[in-house]
Design a protein around this ligand. Structure first.
Ligand code: UDP
Length: 472
């Protein structure tokens, strides 16, 4: 049979369809359709990526809403009874960033039932809501499950490296007491835009301080007082070595105020000269070092040293005795130690207000405590003179005068915030706290100290080595 030729009208409509398909509007329509399909596909991909998070959010919100009456009632009961309603447990999350895993507490008659129903784990729903955790995922590790280097590697890879780091900043301010890795971790844990702006602003004056000392002399004489030019780490080693030694040693911290007092009180100057080690405390001594061209390695002050010492004492056979400050203050410092460093031993404590008649009892109490390390907080020069006179009777193997340290760690007096310490402005903070008592010490004292150093170094000629041989 002969094939039927296409009907004229069929042909016309096919032609019309084809020409409309390739017309400007046709092409545009098809392009839009493809773009729409592409958009839907991208949305699917996005949902796939965020789906887990969205599901986590929805489910945790739903569960928290349903369970909120129970949670509210139990938490209120706990608070009314003066008991804890929430417990925090530090864990490592994504990128090794620390977070607090939340657990609700429950006591009393409901403890059994609610405990069996897993009430305390409901706190984790808040962690899911906040994005710390997911419903499904690996078990969050504890910070001590990983060693410092593993954690640092994991975390450092989560942020872009920077030109200026917290370590760089603190090194310039001479307060780089922990390692570069620890400071990097601290930065990543607390990273925020505000924090970054703060670091950038603090970096500007820090550039003026000059770099950390690399070729510094081991000993620096300032106004005739021999300073042991050691780092915080070396000071800690020195304290621990002394505490395990056989001969009692005295360690002093010298800041600008101490140096000024030593100029007025020869017996105090003699005590500092006779001490086994005098450490450089504060920016004033560092500036003095620069003036006499002897770089001071680190600001080794008692307040920064104390927590590091407690950390090193954890689990060791060594113990400390806290002597000084107002009644109630050394007890609070003991509590601070036991809550922050539970394995560090405080062998005893006593306030610093006792009569000459009570002194022999105080000395006996220190001896009987068996402490090897004695911290005396009477303020300078009283504390250093007292140690010089009584060290042998205390039985301690290393004693140091620590000024207002107990007041800080008891929480009685707030310490300057970290950013002020990084700007070497801790003295300005103390001045703001007690202007009437401190203006003489800092405003006048710092200026007098610097003039004294310039005058003294001109008379003595240049050179930083001490004539006090045989010291640290
Ligand atoms: N203090 C003491 N006994 C005294 C005099 C003072 O225990 O006889 C304490 C006082 O309570 C304070 C510390 O010594 O806790 C001195 O603090 P300050 O800030 O004056 O010391 P700095 O660090 O300035 O040397």
């Amino acid at each position: 049979m002969k094939p039927r030729p296409p009907h004229d009208s069929d042909f016309d409509s096919a032609l019309a369809a084809e020409s409309s398909r390739y017309s400007r509007w046709g092409i545009l329509r098809r392009r839009l359709r493809f773009q729409w399909l592409g958009g839907v596909w991208q949305l699917v991909l996005l949902l796939n990526r965020w789906g887990k998070r969205i599901l986590d959010l929805l489910l945790s919100l739903l569960l928290l809403t349903i369970l909120s009456p129970v949670i509210l009632v139990v938490c209120t009961l706990q608070i009314v009874q003066g008991k804890r309603w929430l417990m925090l447990d530090e864990r490592l999350g994504r990128w090794g960033v620390r977070f607090q895993q939340l657990e609700f507490s429950v006591d009393g008659p409901h403890k059994g039932v609610l405990g069996a129903l897993g009430y305390r784990h409901l706190g984790r729903l808040i962690n899911v809501l906040r994005g710390d955790m997911s419903f499904i995922g690996p078990k969050p590790s504890r910070p001590d499950d990983l060693d410092l280097h593993q954690r640092a590697f994991q975390k450092r890879s989560s942020v872009r490296p920077g030109i200026v780091s917290l370590w760089w900043l603190r090194k310039r301010a001479n307060i780089d007491f922990s390692s570069e890795i620890e400071m990097d971790l601290e930065y990543i844990d607390r990273q925020s835009v505000r924090g970054d702006v703060g670091i950038a602003l603090r970096a500007l004056p820090a550039m003026l301080y000059g770099s950390g000392a690399s070729t510094a002399p081991d000993r620096v004489d300032i106004l005739g007082i021999p300073i042991s030019n050691i780092t915080m780490d070396e000071a800690l080693e020195y304290i621990l070595d002394s505490a395990r030694g056989s001969r009692p040693r005295q360690l002093c911290f010298m800041n600008t105020d101490c140096a000024n007092i030593a100029q007025r009180r020869p017996e105090y100057a003699a005590r500092l000269q006779a001490a086994d080690a005098v450490l450089a405390d504060g920016i004033g001594i560092r500036i003095a070092g620069k003036l006499i061209r002897a770089e001071i390695r680190q600001n080794v002050n008692g307040t920064d040293l104390f927590p590091l010492l407690c950390q090193r004492l954890q689990g060791s056979e060594l113990g400390i005795y806290l002597l000084g400050a107002k009644p109630g203050v050394p007890e609070a410092v003991r509590d601070w130690v036991s809550s922050h460093y539970p394995a560090a031993r405080v062998c005893g404590y006593r306030n610093g207000y006792f009569t000459p008649e009570e002194e022999s009892d105080v000395l006996r109490a220190i001896r009987d405590s068996g402490a090897q390390i004695l911290l005396v907080a009477f303020g300078a020069p009283k504390q250093d003179l007292w140690i010089g006179e009584h060290l042998a009777e205390t039985g301690a193997l290393i004693a140091m005068g620590v000024g207002g340290l107990f007041d800080f760690y008891s929480g009685r007096v707030p310490r300057a915030p970290q950013w002020m310490r990084e700007l070497s402005l801790e003295w300005a903070f103390r001045l703001m706290q007690e202007p009437s008592r401190m203006w003489k010490r800092y405003l006048l004292g710092n200026a007098v100290f610097l003039v004294r150093v310039i005058w003294w170094s001109m008379r003595r000629g240049s050179g930083a080595q001490s004539e006090f041989e045989g010291k640290l």
